[in-house]
Design a protein around this ligand. Structure first.
Ligand SMILES: Cc1cc2nc3c(=O)[nH]c(=O)nc-3n(C[C@H](O)[C@H](O)[C@H](O)COP(=O)(O)O)c2cc1C
Length: 412
């Protein structure tokens, strides 16, 4: 079975016909609107409490059996602000339950261990129109990278260009943009907090320290508070200096951050980014870093750079002194940003270490994860949640001879 998810706002049929022509039948077409996919809220329950199952109950979670029993998943995506739309990004984020919290190292970088023995191929369909060449390349590289993490082969289908499938290979990391000239001391800095977590947010802890250090020079705007989005987006042009601080979600921004960014008008001022992530190596964030520079250009703002820091999921597992030691350089980099109007290159370089694992470190880290993190950190947390016995569950593994979930059982 092949399943097509139409994630676009305007569901024109021409693309669906192009897909049918290329990959043939059977093709189950599923239309997802704004209410079909809630944004991932970073609860980690699908890893540590209900292994393999998302706690949300929406058409997206009800589509998981179809996802896992398809040979190919075709995703029709809109683009917005030079990236995939927030709805498309939400789809990518909400695919995470099909993988373990357990970590494996592949080519010097961490990946989530596979929960299932096979995964569908992913066919991405999006329009080049409205994108610069660099944006188009970045999206393609991002999708190829995410598919590789997801153990899926990735293809792009250009519905206007003959309709063939083109295999996407995880390619080189996209070029990053140079930061502009320092803006000088900032009287006021608005920081958008992009963590979707309702509790125990690492971003929240770090930003509390930033407020302690910068006092009323800084205003934190928590993007979970959607009721303020209209006002914040309207007032965006009058803010001279803005910083987006966010956790990395599947190599890019959490989908609600993208939804907010989609609303932003071009305006004067500066923009900078801080991305913190779970895996230790900062190379995880290179795609988002590359996008940050392109977004700054779209918005017409002076780009002051992107700080990236890996390993932050361990923050709350550390003793108080360990937490302080981990947060101090992150807070320090933001204070310098506010004082000097730029990220200091030394801060960026230090925060980004390790960029990726060398061969020997990869071997050692692999061993450490297998014998340490996987066993002594995730194991006890699964046990605490009475979920240890279910840790290897494959709730959506296709049954023998099963040709897919009858659509009306899960469609919203
Ligand atoms: C859906 C999802 C996707 C994630 N993707 C990545 C990733 O691609 N690379 C990474 O290093 N960490 C990834 N993480 C881990 C988060 O970036 C990390 O836990 C972060 O510290 C959470 O910050 P917060 O508590 O402020 O939300 C992901 C987490 C979730 C829930």
């Amino acid at each position: 079975m092949n399943t097509l998810f139409d994630l676009r706002v305007r569901k024109e049929s021409a693309w669906i016909e192009a897909v049918r022509k290329t990959i043939g039948e059977p093709l189950d077409v599923v239309s997802f609107d704004e209410r079909s996919i809630n944004a991932c809220m970073g609860c980690w329950d699908c890893w540590l409490r209900t292994p393999g199952r998302c706690v949300m109950n929406d058409p997206m979670s009800r589509s998981y059996p179809a996802y896992m029993s398809s040979n190919r998943i075709v995703l029709l995506m809109d683009t917005a602000q030079g990236f995939i739309s927030h709805r498309s990004k939400a789809f990518m984020d909400r695919t995470i339950p099909h993988y373990h919290a357990y970590i494996a190292i592949v080519d010097g970088e961490c990946r989530h261990a596979a929960r299932y023995s096979r995964y569908p191929d992913l066919v991405f369909v999006f329009d080049k129109r409205g994108l610069s060449d660099r944006e188009d390349e970045l999206i393609e590289a991002y999708l190829a990278r995410s598919a590789a993490h997801y153990r899926s082969k990735a293809y792009r289908l250009d519905p206007d260009g003959g309709g063939g499938l083109r295999l996407l290979k995880p390619a080189r990391v996209p070029e990053r943009s140079e930061a502009g000239d320092p803006a000088g001391s900032m009287e006021r800095l608005v920081i958008y907090n992009g963590s979707p977590r309702r509790k125990n947010s690492n971003s929240g802890l770090i930003l509390d320290r930033v407020v302690n250090a910068l006092g009323d020079r800084v205003e934190i705007r928590d993007l979970k508070k959607r009721e303020h989005w209209d006002r914040w987006a309207e007032g965006f042009s009058s803010e001279s200096h803005v910083l987006f601080f966010m956790p990395l979600y599947v190599h890019a921004m959490p989908s609600h951050v993208m939804a907010f960014m989609e609303r932003l008008p071009a305006s004067e001022g500066t923009i900078s980014f801080f991305v913190q992530s779970g895996f230790p190596e900062s190379s995880q964030s290179h795609y988002l870093e590359a996008y940050a520079g392109l977004l700054a250009r779209r918005l017409g703002r002076t780009y002051l750079g992107t700080a990236i820091r890996g390993g932050v999921e361990s923050l709350q597992m550390r003793p108080p002194e360990g937490r302080d030691a981990m947060m101090a350089p992150m807070v320090g980099a933001i204070v310098r940003l506010a004082d000097e109007g730029r990220f200091h290159p030394d801060d960026l370089e230090r925060l980004a270490r390790p960029v990726r694992f060398g061969r020997t470190t990869a071997l050692l880290a692999g061993l450490l994860f297998r014998l340490g993190t996987n066993r002594f950190i995730w194991g006890p947390r699964l046990k605490q949640n009475n979920a240890f016995a279910a840790r290897s569950d494959r709730p959506y593994a296709p049954r023998k001879g099963f040709a897919g979930q009858p659509a009306d059982e899960w469609r919203g």
